[in-house]
Design a protein around this ligand. Structure first.
Ligand code: FEO
Length: 159
C-alpha cells in the first residue's frame, strides 16, 4: 500500500477514537442532567465510532499495512449548553467526512482501488451521521435552550 495512503488511514483510526471520546463525553453531559434519552443516543454514537476505528484497523491489517495508532487527543469536556454539544457533534461529523474524502481522493490518485472501495461504506455512513447530527441540532435550536428537556420526548418518540 502507498505509504501516504497508509499514513492517512492510521491517522483516521485516531480520529475515529477521538470521535468515540467526544460522544462518550456528550453522553456523560446529558446523563448528568438526567436526560437519559440523549445520554443513550450519544452512547450509541460512541459505540459506532469504536466500530469505525476497528473497521479501519482491520482494513490496514488485511491489506498488509502496519497499524500505528496515533496519540488520541482529549475532546472538549466543558459545554456551555445542550446546543453546544449537538453543534460539536455535527461539526465533528463534517470534519470526519472531509477526512474520509481526502483519503478516498488520494487512494483514487494512487490507483489504490481496494482502499477506494473500502471507503465507499464510510461515504454512505457519513451521509447518515451528518444527517442525524445536523437534524438534531436543528431540533434542539428549534426548542431553544430553556426547552432542552423536550428533546427527551422527541428522542423517545423517534426510537
Ligand atoms: Fe466515524 Fe461519526 O464518524
Amino acid at each position: 500500500m502507498n505509504q501516504d495512503v497508509l499514513n492517512l488511514l492510521n491517522a483516521q483510526i485516531g480520529h475515529e477514537y477521538e470521535n468515540y471520546v467526544l460522544y462518550e463525553q456528550a453522553s456523560a453531559y446529558f446523563d448528568a442532567k438526567g436526560m437519559d434519552e440523549a445520554a443513550k443516543l450519544f452512547r450509541k454514537q460512541a459505540d459506532g465510532e469504536l466500530e469505525h476505528a476497528r473497521k479501519f484497523t482491520d482494513y490496514v491489517r488485511d491489506a498488509g499495512g502496519k497499524v500505528v495508532i496515533p496519540t488520541i487527543k482529549g475532546q472538549k469536556s466543558e459545554y456551555t449548553s445542550g446546543e453546544d454539544v449537538f453543534l460539536a457533534a455535527f461539526t465533528r461529523e463534517q470534519e470526519t467526512t472531509a477526512k474520509i474524502y481526502a483519503i478516498r481522493d488520494l487512494a483514487w490518485k494512487s490507483s489504490d482501488h481496494a482502499t477506494f472501495e473500502m471507503l465507499t461504506w464510510f461515504v454512505s455512513e457519513q451521509v447518515e451521521e451528518e444527517n442525524l447530527t445536523g437534524k438534531l441540532l436543528t431540533v434542539v435550536r428549534g426548542f431553544g435552550e430553556k426547552n432542552l428537556y423536550l428533546i427527551e420526548a422527541y428522542l423517545s418518540h423517534k426510537a
